[in-house]
Design a protein around this ligand. Structure first.
Ligand code: ATP
Length: 230
């Protein structure tokens, strides 16, 4: 579904990604793990077309999208959930959900969103400011699913959330996967990552330095947590 070939990215003269190549198959959940500043967010932003200076190629659903801007990538089925969640604080949950342009056969109607996220139905008249971190995360995910995204790029959806809410986010990601949506996510909670994802890439200094399956992540959980400084 996604094929990234030798992707590099710069902030001015500083190189943040160094020839990253990776593939994500339809229906997979793949995580990006790495220390702060390793380049994970930069990688997701490059995939969405939000980063200025890059080289390399990005193919999505068999099409070279390297030269396309973020809106055209979104129309083709890429969805980005940023780490700040991007919820509009003064709008209600429902207004947030009704905001993005929705078209095409993969778009989720409001009713389907509320079936998957019953909490958002309960909260639909609440303004963004009144939502908990977990509810904001659900809203951010739901809003991208509304647009008909077929590949979700999620920047640390579990960051700062309590264990119970992390579990709920896990259930939602599994549901999203069951619905046929593919997910590439940044995740520092390697224990959680091994319960929700299929494969994992460790990123260091802008490079993929290791790729692991769940069994390997579980076997190396303590070592990885030490390495990540968690
Ligand atoms: P974090 O979890 O802290 O966000 P990350 O793995 O997502 O870490 P990036 O945010 O992608 O890492 O950062 C990669 C590198 O690019 C780091 O060295 C960082 O200092 C640098 N960088 C990130 N954003 C900018 C920016 N706006 N201007 C200059 N350098 C930046």
């Amino acid at each position: 579904m996604l094929r990234v070939d030798r992707l590099s990215a710069w902030y001015g003269e500083a190189q943040a990604l160094r020839e990253v190549s990776l593939e994500v198959a339809e229906g997979e959940i793949v995580t990006l793990v790495g220390r702060n500043g390793a380049g994970k967010t930069t990688l997701l932003r490059c995939l969405m077309g939000l980063h200025g200076k890059t080289s390399g190629t990005i193919e999505f659903l068999g099409e070279d999208i390297t030269a396309l801007g973020p809106h055209r990538r979104a129309r083709r089925g890429l969805g980005y959930v940023p780490d700040d969640r991007g919820v509009y604080a003064t709008l209600t949950v429902e207004e947030n959900l009704l905001l993005p342009p929705v078209s095409g056969k993969d778009a989720w109607p409001l009713e389907r969103v509320y079936e998957t996220f019953p909490r958002l139905r309960e909260r639909r008249r609440f303004p963004g400011t009144k939502l908990s971190g977990g509810e904001q995360q659900m809203l951010a995910l739901a809003r991208v699913l509304r647009t008909g995204a077929r590949l979700l790029l999620c920047d640390e959806p579990t960051e700062g959330l309590s264990p119970l809410i992390v579990q709920q986010i896990g259930d939602i990601l599994r549901e999203v996967k069951a619905a046929g949506v593919t997910v590439l996510l940044i995740e520092q909670n390697v224990h959680f990552a091994a319960t929700v994802a299929d494969r994992h890439h460790l990123i260091a200094e802008g490079r993929i330095v290791e790729s692991m399956d769940n069994a390997e992540v579980r076997a190396r959980e303590h070592e990885l947590l030490d390495y990540l400084g968690i």
